[in-house]
Unconditional design. Structure first.
Length: 291
């Protein structure tokens, strides 16, 4: 996730350079054909293009709002996971009487979850934090994050029976695990339910068509400066379209995706420090981007 605005502007501009180059090249072709070769067939009415631009801007705004809602919901659910993991670490220490292994297992949970959301293989963080037996059980299942919660729940049950802890206390800890499972389900829903094709594909196609038609109308008025005016307007629409496409997939490996590694490391540090373990260093932004 971009956390530094100057770097963010530079990244957005760098991503817009390929379509901007193609758009500017097309603008020059249109100007040369109209000004030098007098291709009168290019004299298109000027009214439809502003109407198309207005409709496209509304369409892109609707899609970008839907994409941002997906991104923000993912961030909200990760916030719920962060809070509940911290609560579990506190309850494991105060109500269950210790169990540092359960705190480490919960510290591994966000690392297992982020790998599952991105479709990555097991990462070293999970292997470092989980006991070998639990690691084998977790990664023998298709839904690794859910299996890890199940194993943590079994550990809680063992401690409750061993210490004769009151059932109300057990219910308190179990509710925390249920809240984490609910947040995980929401994240999986976002991952497995992409935006409809009308929102994910049509805006990109419409933006490209608009950028092709734009200089055909502008050349009558702007003449030789058509590449300047058309390229600026076209670049704005291209950046709007690109922003929506980046936000609609919040878990992919992208500078615009959610900083799941940073959040997972934050949870890990918050759970390991109270039990006396030395946590790894916090994740720092690299070139204005939080991984």
């Amino acid at each position: 996730m971009i956390v530094n605005r100057p770097h963010g502007l530079a990244i957005l501009f760098r991503e817009s350079l390929p379509p901007l180059f193609i758009l500017t090249l097309w603008d020059f072709v249109v100007v040369i054909l109209f000004q030098i070769y007098h291709q009168n067939w290019m004299e298109q009415p000027s009214l439809p293009v502003p109407l198309m631009g207005t409709a496209l801007a509304i369409f892109l705004s609707m899609r970008n709002n839907a994409a941002y809602n997906r991104w923000w919901e993912g961030r909200t659910l990760w916030g719920a996971i962060t809070n509940n993991c911290r609560s579990f670490g506190r309850e494991a220490a105060t109500l269950l009487g210790g169990r540092p292994d359960l705190a480490r297992a919960m510290a591994a949970y966000p690392h297992v979850l982020r790998a599952a959301l991105r479709g990555d293989p097991p990462n070293e963080d999970a292997k470092r934090l989980l006991a070998p037996e639990m690691y084998e059980k977790v990664f023998s299942c298709s839904n690794t994050a859910n299996m890890l919660l199940y194993q943590i729940g079994l550990g809680v049950r063992e401690e409750v029976k061993l210490r004769g802890i009151d059932g109300a206390v057990h219910g308190t800890v179990d509710r925390i695990l249920s809240d984490i499972a609910n947040a995980q389900g929401g994240l999986e829903r976002i991952k497995n339910t992409p935006l409809p094709a009308q929102y994910s594909m049509l805006p990109e196609i419409a933006t490209h068509l608009f950028c092709i038609i734009l200089p055909l109308s502008a050349v009558q008025t702007l003449g030789w400066i058509t590449p300047l005016g058309s390229s600026i307007i076209g670049m704005l629409f291209q950046m709007l379209d690109r922003s929506g496409r980046d936000l609609q997939e919040p878990f992919i490996k992208s500078v615009h995706a959610l900083p799941m590694l940073t959040m997972a490391r934050t949870i890990e540090r918050d759970l390991l420090q109270p039990i006396g373990d030395i946590p790894p260093p916090a994740i720092q932004a690299n070139d204005g981007v939080q991984p």
